[in-house]
Design a protein around this ligand. Structure first.
Ligand code: AKG
Ligand code: FE2
Length: 321
């Protein structure tokens, strides 16, 4: 199955002449220029064996989306406050794994990430790509719960995989076919970023707004892969750290923060399940996935109190992340 689907591309056959740019050097400005790859995140003494430690200490989950199994294992950890409240990251999914407090090795990685960034991170989605067949489809991260100005960080452990960045296709104006073809050729850049073991890709929100990202399946035979790509039997763990500004009470009955209606804990409101608000938030997620001029304040600023989404047939093809 696929867990997300690119929007049907009516002018797709005109868009073959995309510019492709291969980006391999750490320190290059990637995407919209606010994205950086940092290598050697952990010093050698901490990097040694870190893949196995994380794999063993994380409680992995098989998750489902639109009725099918996700092509990777998933876990969520975060900062649990003294009163048991915790950050919540909402994205379209049939189900979300339970958030656990940071485990020891993940906490060490989190501290290194925070040292590189200029802001804290309080939430991590941990994913295990068991081999080259596991992947994440092209998407933009949904930012209703992500603090403005923060970076979204993907730490890579184990086998090297490639992140593909591709500029979004905004709705093209009605023009002559020739002009449309020129627009397509000029507009859609692709960057391929190899993500080595012990690296950290800090993605700025401008890149997330203007580009889609994916880890595509890699079905090449073993004989065509490098030693780095074959490390850990081809398995890769990614840790996506985010600075989340929306919170749930310990019993998950109340929600507050910048992504919710009540902006402070004192103004918390009851969580809403499904229904009209779920449809509105799913529609906003869909818009965020397609638009390069997405206006956070206009779309998310009032806040949403909905927690669980039941996907309706009318809200089709909203990619997962
Ligand atoms: O595995 C990765 O590095 C990418 C993960 C990702 O894009 C996401 O969780 O939204
Ligand atoms: Fe993502």
């Amino acid at each position: 199955m696929t867990d997300s689907h690119a929007a049907p591309n009516e002018t797709g056959r005109l868009c073959k002449a995309q510019k492709t740019k291969v980006c391999i050097k750490p320190g290059d400005a990637l995407g919209a220029g606010d994205t950086l790859l940092h290598t050697d995140l952990l010093p050698p003494d901490l990097a040694d064996g870190v893949f196995t430690r994380v794999k063993e200490e994380v409680a992995w989950n098989v998750m489902h989306h639109r009725g099918g199994e996700l092509p990777r294992l998933v876990a969520v950890q975060g900062d649990v406050a003294a009163d048991g409240s915790f950050p919540v990251y909402r994205h379209p999914a049939d189900e979300s794994p339970e958030l656990h407090p940071f485990t020891p090795t993940v906490q060490v990685i989190r501290e290194r990430v925070q040292r590189v960034l200029s802001h804290p991170v309080n939430h991590v989605l941990i994913q295990l790509y068991r081999g080259g067949n596991d992947y994440i489809s092209e998407h933009s991260d949904k930012t209703v719960d992500v603090a403005p100005g923060s970076s979204i960080v993907n730490v890579s452990l184990g086998a090297q995989r490639t992140m593909t960045l591709r500029t979004k296709k905004d709705v093209l104006p009605v023009k002559t076919m020739v002009e449309v073809a020129e627009d397509c050729a000029g507009k859609r850049d692709v960057q391929r970023i190899p993500l080595p073991h012990n690296s950290m890709l800090a993605m700025g929100l401008a890149t997330n707004r203007e580009w889609l990202h994916a880890i595509r399946a890699d079905k090449r035979p073993v004989s065509e892969k490098t030693a780095a790509e074959l490390a850990e039997g081809g398995a890769r763990i990614s840790l996506t750290f985010r600075c989340i500004h929306t919170f749930l009470s310990a019993d998950e009955r109340f929600i507050w923060g910048a992504g919710a209606h009540g902006k402070t804990q004192d103004a918390k409101r009851p969580v809403v399940y499904g229904d009209v608000e779920a449809e509105a938030l799913l529609a906003a997620f869909g818009e965020e996935n397609h638009s390069t001029v997405f206006d956070w304040q206009a779309t998310y600023g009032d806040g949403f109190d909905v927690l669980h989404f039941r996907l309706h047939d009318t809200i089709d093809n909203v990619p997962l992340n």
